[in-house]
Ligand binder design. Structure first.
Ligand code: ATP
Length: 372
């Protein structure tokens, strides 16, 4: 295992694993967190996000592997010596102290002078827009205000690493959106490395510099939000990322220019020749899994010929200026998102085409995305 170059403040997890008895919470995790980035750990419940966070904080020791903060190995260094601050979904605030007392508490216990504490508390409460709350009791605050105070309390001592574990999960949807925007702004201002844990892909995509997607204790992929959306490593990531589920369409592409069998072979469609050539260059197999995001499923009243599939509108949902259609094709279903300017009715017969340059293809067995 290589030691990072001296001077870099990047955080590295080298082959980190955590077992709880026979339960493997985190498997061979290789991850580098760049200095001052906002990295989001994203994955479904039980995928190992909190365990990873706890190992970064020093609350859990890895079963194997190493953790480096810049050129300092911290694998077995206790939490209080790591210069890490944490915010959890439940607010760790002292009810007997007011907001000012809570924010300054950590500095006070470290023996910081009164003047410096006052200065730092003033700066951080300005940044969090909570100056008018400084003399309130914790019990007199709303959930959103409490979470702002928790963030201020964690950031006031300028930690090397700031960890947030589902910090907004107990806050209502509107306020949660507002706090997401705030986190991005605060991150810009404080220029601290932040790791934010969530199971909500929309939250992850909206705030992250990079997202690390975990599943079953394993890192599936790490990258900027748009690269996860455009170039998912595999079918699982493609399905997990995106506001609406990606359509998964098993396909037998057949011959170039001929008809491809879709789903269980029950419907046929002419595949774009450019798409066929790109898949053929990536794999010898003609059996692949197509991943078609609903925004790349085109719906029209008239057939365009052999490339169109006949469908029926099963249900529709109005999403503001767009409509989400659930389309029935024989016994199969496809989701499509279209502009609400062209509106189809439930039970209407329609035709479906794919926007081929944006259709993804996956290996039918390994489910890895084909680089086409
Ligand atoms: P959630 O979003 O539900 O909090 P998570 O992604 O944060 O989930 P972890 O809490 O890291 O997941 O848990 C990963 C796995 O390790 C789970 O299967 C969990 O049951 C197990 N696990 C976590 N902590 C312990 C523990 N102290 N003892 C035994 N098993 C544990």
């Amino acid at each position: 295992m290589q030691q990072p170059e001296t001077g870099s403040n990047n955080i590295r997890l080298n082959h980190v694993a955590k077992h709880f008895g026979s339960e493997v919470a985190v498997k061979d995790l290789e991850l580098e967190i760049e200095d001052k980035e906002l990295l989001v750990l994203l994955g479904p419940s039980g995928c190992g996000k909190t365990t990873t966070m706890n190992m970064l904080a020093g609350l859990e020791e890895p079963t194997s592997g190493e953790i480096w903060f810049g050129s300092r190995q911290v694998t077995n260094v206790p939490a209080e010596q790591r210069d890490v601050a944490m915010v959890f979904q439940t607010f760790a605030l002292y009810p007997h102290l007011n907001v000012r007392g809570n924010i300054g508490f950590g500095l006070k216990t470290r023996g910081t002078s009164k003047d410096v504490i006052a200065q730092r508390v003033s700066e951080i409460s300005h940044l969090l827009h909570i100056e008018e709350l400084l003399d309130r009791k914790i019990t007199e605050l709303s959930g959103g205000q409490r979470q702002r105070v928790s963030i201020a309390k964690a950031l006031v001592r300028k930690p090397f690493l700031f960890l947030l574990d589902e910090p907004f999960s107990s806050i209502d949807a509107i306020l949660r959106r507002e706090l997401r925007t705030e986190i991005v702004r605060i991150h810009r201002e404080v220029k601290t490395t932040m790791v934010f844990v969530t199971h909500d892909q929309e939250e992850a995509m909206s705030i992250a510099d990079r997202v690390a997607v975990m599943r079953g204790g394993e890192l599936m992929q790490v990258g900027p939000p748009l690269s996860l959306y455009d170039e998912p490593a595999n079918l699982w990531v493609a399905k997990f990322i995106g506001a609406q589920p990606t359509n998964v369409v098993p396909a037998n592409l057949g011959e170039r220019g001929g008809m491809a069998g879709l789903f269980d072979g029950s419907c046929a469609m002419q595949v774009d020749e450019g798409f066929f050539d790109r898949v053929a260059a990536a794999t010898d197999s003609r059996t692949v899994t197509l991943g078609v995001r609903p925004e790349f499923v085109e719906v029209s009243a008239a057939s365009r010929g052999a490339s169109s599939l006949a469908a029926r509108v099963y249900t529709l949902q109005v999403l503001g200026n767009q409509i989400l259609y659930d389309l029935e094709i024989g016994t199969n279903h496809l989701l499509a998102i279209t502009s609400s300017r062209e509106h189809f009715r439930v039970d209407q017969s329609v035709f479906v085409d794919f926007d081929w340059p944006n259709v993804m293809a996956f290996d039918a067995v390994s489910e890895a995305r084909l680089k086409i």
